[in-house]
Design a protein around this ligand. Sequence first.
Ligand code: ZN
Length: 680
Amino acid sequence: MKKITLICMSSMLITSASMNANTLENNNFKYSVDKFADIEILRYQVPDFEKLTLKQKELIYFLSEAALEGRDILYDQNNKYNLTIRRTLEAVYLNYKGDRESAEFKHFTIYLKRVWMGNGFHHHYSEDKFIPEFTAAFFAKAIKSIDAKKLPLGKNETVEKLIKTITPIIFDKTIYPKRTNQAQGVDLILTSANNYYGENVTQAEVEAFYDKMKDPKDNTPISYGLNSKLVKENGVLVEKTYKVNGLYSAAIKRIVSWLEKAENVAENAKQKEVIASLISFYKTGDLKTYDDYSIKWVKDLDSQVDFVNGFTETYGDPLGLKASWESMVNFKNIEATKRTEIISSNAQWFEDNSPVDKQFKKEKVKGVSAKVITAAILAGDCYPATPIGINLPNANWIRRDHGSKSVTIENITEAYDKASLGNGFAEEFMNSKVERQRAKDFASMTNNLHTDLHECLGHGSGKLLPGVDPDALKAYGSTIEEARADLFGLYYMGDPKMVELGLLPNNEAYKAEYYQFIMNGLMTQLTRIVPGKNIEEAHMRNRQLIAAWVFEKGKTENVIEMIKREGETFIVVNDYVKLRNLFGQLLAEIQRIKSTGDFEGGKQIVENYGVKVNQTLHTEVLDRYKKLNLAPYRGFVNPVYTLVKNEKGEILDVKVSYNEGYAEQNLRYSKKYSSLPNIN
Ligand code: ZN
């Protein structure tokens, strides 16, 4: 559910020629844009944008403007000083007349780039505050050297006062150390740096406030607190709602005005209603209207253009109530969606033919329909770091009664793949030219297909025996569940049915996925583990579990080998057919554990295969990875959309271009889409 990040996917570090003919003609496209600290910034293409109708292009344009107008909201949600800090940094960056080649200024630039990446002064992924490598003395001098009118000064605020306010926030490790604190045993609200709650509001007060609102008998509850900041006024708790004429009004008004333009060029009546109810939600802040909008949105399956725009994900609030603002505009990739439709419409065949014991199979299975989309703009909490898949809405009762939309964002995964081409990873870790060539030819395709099988079929397959508690596997439940979905996909990737259905071009392609999966599970995913630690994350446990289990069970027949060459370890798969059989055997066993709620069985298999790390191999893998000097995190810049108009001002076309740099884009956004006060 919710966001699927790259971390959750099988290794995407290996690249391939494209399965998409439209991008092949563009093989001079430069994906990598910038690199600093632990970040690489990429660019993504929007294939087939030109093929959309003028009306669809206009719709995307208006929705994109609505997306970009929300940028400041997220900065402010992440910390109340983020906008003041960002604006001060940008003023210095644009107006500093001192030595721009000095080490101090270079460190300053890196810091500003990190602030853009984190939408504030915390790391986008770890959520820890990062400390600059320039000095506070340099910072003060630089600020004083520029025209005070360029600085984000409050009413009657002096430059001295501004420096005094933000310097400790930027440089002192102990102030606002963590954006969202999840550590146990402390007040999670008081110790989180973000801005969803006012000064001195405690966790106990928040819990009591919202518990009182909830009615346990309500079968269709609204998402209490989703779109407001809870503050104390004269000792009394009040919600300040994000809406027109409420909190963040200036930005929300602009979002609404672009949505109104979008409404006029909607693809159909249904979509028009979707946009209209979103506008109504922004105007009233009423969460019932929000649910109404979500239901309409989830039911609109006909429109090619689609979007997310609003207070959506609650990861940023340690109590999971308040939602950060985000937007993503996209359109359906019709060719690639055929793939998921083929899979879904054959769901029963896959269920009937799986190697699982008959008593654990579903008599009637319904494939989840998922679509493949092309992202056109990323914004708010989807920018610069972005998910590669989304499953919305989040309200459980809406999912239960009306379903959800699941999407994979293929032009983003493609950018990841392409940018990795020639980064040395495959050369370092793959056994030989044969595996590398196969990866080059097929890995992008097989990676996507494995994800589709995992999402559309794997999670939905099988059933529990009557009376089995769905939570019987407790802490091992999610690893077992992910293993089940991955194995279902792996088993079928090697089935001739894949070629028959046109999902793979030949009986060779699946080997790319098999090799990559085993190499990742046994070896290369260890690059994400800190030395001395074991594996904790469920997807990673699942991958090692599968790889280590088939490695051990196939030993007598030499199915997989780990060989050493000049002190370096390589994986060799000797027999892909037998490997597929082993995947099938493990799928049957994992399904048995799940269906019977066998807690002991689940615990044994996870603890024995999925958790412990071979320390010697781990050290070796980390050393080899370090040599490659790859950035562990990636963000994106957006394309730029421009209206082409005639003399009468009528829109003739919308052009997309890919020339904007990272700093250039963020500076433009700060200038053009920045309507909120420094402090909200
Ligand atoms: Zn999954």
